[in-house]
Design a protein around this ligand. Sequence first.
Ligand SMILES: C[S@@+](CC[C@H](N)C(=O)[O-])C[C@H]1O[C@@H](n2cnc3c(N)ncnc32)[C@H](O)[C@@H]1O
Length: 217
Amino acid sequence: MKTSFWKQRWQENKIGFHLNEVNPLLIQYADTLRLAPGQQVFVPLSGKSLDIIWLAQQGYQVLANELSPLAVEAFFAENHLQPSQIQKGDLSFYQSGLITFVCGDFFKLTPTQMINVAAVYDRAALVALPEAMRIDYSRHLNLLCPRQSRLLVTLEYEQSEMAGPPFAVQEDELRAEYANGFQLRCLQRSDVLAEHAHFAAKGLSGLDEAVYILHPQ
Ligand SMILES: C[S@@+](CC[C@H](N)C(=O)[O-])C[C@H]1O[C@@H](n2cnc3c(N)ncnc32)[C@H](O)[C@@H]1O
């Protein structure tokens, strides 16, 4: 999956993944990250998620990363924020209050940019990627944030019934690829097919949403 795919999705405003509210699962489970106010949360492949605003409202610093400049510009405009902006190589850094937004390719981020990150919040990032890219993503995240706790939201369904994105990510894959050096615990697994009628219409017979907390071992 090329970066142009996602840029085009934003250009065409095909962003069915975006929630017009803070993700209730974040509100429910944020404390499992065991953060103190002032610590920084990394939100990879963040889109223009309102979860970033909520995390900042809790007093956390937020480091968000998103490929599409349209998404980043929309995030600040829709939340009535006027960020400062600087360009560093391929990456554009936006800053407003507790929020730092890095616009650019996740795979171009480096560990030095993560120096203050205390935890990772991943909703619809891992599941945005096909299997081969998920392995690269997991490896790069392990390089960027090898010891930081992670709160992860995934989707599970029979992959042969629907082409992603979103892609199905099973717990076995997480344990093999994503959770190296971490203790992984499933906090919740719920049937969400009824809330996603358009996926049922595409042929899905079942759809579960799973929430995991990972702490370094
Ligand atoms: C399924 S969306 C989820 C967005 C957000 N996490 C949310 O919950 O609304 C995936 C996002 O990842 C972004 N993305 C895809 N590949 C990326 C990459 N290599 N680097 C940074 N962002 C990327 C896309 O533009 C898209 O906004």
